[in-house]
Ligand binder design. Structure first.
Ligand code: UDX
Ligand code: ADP
Length: 466
């Protein structure tokens, strides 16, 4: 039986953004048909199976509820385009690795292919919604591609950036701080904006759905991520000063965060931010500033990335320094590899850099993580002598040091006496996330190092901490 749906929504790109976003739209709008397509058949097979391609709390439940009713996954991109009224584009836009703008500008090859594919397979008018993080002015380029050699088919391009964070994607989508829709001010642009607004209004309060010009919307996404990344680099830069002066960065963050003008979120000092967005988006911003001749502004934002790199290297040098200036043949266990807790995603995870540097120092690595081991294996496939073990007790067995890379809850609750007993002595713990109980660990016998706090050691420490 062919069910009648109000609107047919297509999403191109079944990744961390497209998958969860469409699952929530399907869940909240049972009258609309939502189809998610991808060039990668494995991904689509996984989305259609019991083991979804990404781990995200709450995702499986809503996918299971909507799949087959009004949520569909397919590799037939062309058929999807033909039948759809609204197309969300959430293909990946990694940083370019070649040619002009390499290392900074986004690589738009996937995105441009998609624009052309939409044009070639459309025989009715459609609304195109940019979801991927894209540089400012992409919608304009998208319009140009779509409107060249058209045959009476009209496209309205909207920008609707995604602000969800991994690990809390479903909560963020269900209850967003805001939904931003950028459109053209033309009558048809405004009609398209209102249509998308109506979809979100099924569950998002009207006052949280805001609109702007397309360019402002595109830029808002970059600026939001740049401000968030800047906050982490700010507190991380202060953590270095705290270590030199025996201050405690958590105490400083608490005092600073109680100023209601600043707020207390995103002030956790760490080994550095990771994830697919922050570095890429700050680099986009730097690229844009430089492109428009604003070198001073570009350098200001570049500092955010520089501190992030510095923080990762500082962590490694502190390990080296504290473990008597040699890591050769020492066995080091990394607790966590994901770029943050509650996700299996390791893209740009600080743990990748730290693992590579430790291997360069000839340490032997053991990696444990509840969700990210497969990705970790892939990230470190060039390196030898690395073990991957799910059980943290087993992973720490016979190690000289444990280093916490990811703030998984499970690491707070482990029996550290049991871990200590199984480790080589002197035993070291380096907490890159400031989540452990240092007094207790010190009492057990560990030498304890955290970010931006005084170290607790059973021996005199040489003064050159980095
Ligand atoms: C981010 C933005 O938060 C989100 O709005 C946007 O849509 C995509 O990029 P995400 O990268 O998924 O989301 O995770 P986020 O929670 O922002 O964390 C990014 C990195 O910063 C992680 O590595 C995290 O561990 C780190 N972080 C975060 C800190 O080191 N300290 C903090 O206080 C907060
Ligand atoms: P994000 O975190 O932005 O969602 P992902 O890499 O997780 O990024 O997802 C992007 C998805 O887009 C991938 O599954 C990739 O296979 C898919 N993709 C890339 N190019 C195309 C394309 N031209 N058509 C369809 N899907 C594409």
């Amino acid at each position: 039986m062919n069910q009648i749906f109000e609107k047919k929504i297509l999403c191109i790109g079944a990744g961390y953004v497209g998958g969860p976003t469409m699952a929530v739209i399907a869940h909240r709008c049972p009258g609309h048909k939502v189809t998610v397509v991808d060039v990668n058949p494995d991904r689509i097979r996984q989305w259609s199976s019991d083991s979804l391609p990404i781990y995200e709390p709450g995702l499986k439940e809503i996918v299971m509820e909507a799949r087959g009713r009004n949520l569909f996954f397919s590799t037939d991109i062309e058929a999807g385009i033909r039948e759809s009224d609204i197309i969300f584009v959430s293909v990946n836009t990694p940083t370019k690795t070649y040619g002009a703008g390499a290392g900074m500008a986004p690589d738009l090859q996937y995105w441009e292919k998609t624009a052309r594919q939409i044009r070639e397979n459309s025989d009715s008018s459609k609304i195109i919604v940019e979801k991927s993080t894209l540089p400012v002015k992409t919608a304009e380029a998208m319009e140009r591609i779509l409107t060249s050699n058209r045959n009476g088919v009209h496209f309205d391009v909207l920008s609707n950036p995604e602000f969800l964070a991994e690990g809390t994607a479903i909560r963020d989508l269900e209850n967003p701080d805001r939904v931003l829709i950028g459109s053209r001010e033309t009558p048809s642009g405004l009609r398209a904006r209102d249509e998308l607004c109506r979809i979100y209004a099924n569950w998002v309060p009207k006052e949280k759905i805001i609109s702007s010009s397309i360019w402002s919307s595109e830029l808002s996404k970059l600026v939001s991520n740049a401000f968030l990344a800047q906050r982490i680099s700010s507190i991380n830069s202060i953590s270095a000063l705290c270590e030199k002066t025996n201050a405690n960065v958590s105490e400083v963050a608490r005092a600073v965060g109680m100023d209601s003008r600043l707020g207390n979120k995103f002030l956790n000092a760490s080994i550095g931010f990771g994830g697919s967005c922050f570095k890429k988006d700050v680099l986009h911003l730097v690229y844009l500033c430089t492109y428009y001749g604003l070198e001073t502004v570009g350098r200001y934002w570049e500092g955010v990335i520089e501190i992030n790199e510095y923080q990762k290297e500082r962590f490694v040098l502190n390990m080296l320094n504290s473990m008597f200036n040699t890591l050769t043949d020492k066995k080091i266990c990394l607790f966590g590899f994901a770029f943050k807790a509650d996700t299996g995603d390791t893209r740009e995870s600080a743990a990748i850099y730290i693992a590579e540097r430790l291997a360069e120092e000839r340490a032997r690595l053991v990696i444990t993580d509840p969700e990210a081991l497969e990705n970790a294996k892939d990230d470190l496939k060039g390196l030898e002598d690395i073990s991957y073990i799910v059980d943290p007790y087993e992973a720490a067995d016979g190690c000289d040091a444990v280093a916490v890379m990811t703030e998984w809850d499970v690491y707070r609750r482990l029996d550290y006496k049991k871990i200590y007993d199984r480790m080589k002595k002197p035993a070291f713990i380096f907490d890159g996330r400031n989540i452990l109980d240092y007094g207790r660990l010190f009492e057990i016998g560990f030498n304890v190092f955290s970010i931006g706090r005084p170290a607790l050691t059973h021996f005199e420490l040489s003064p050159s901490r980095h």
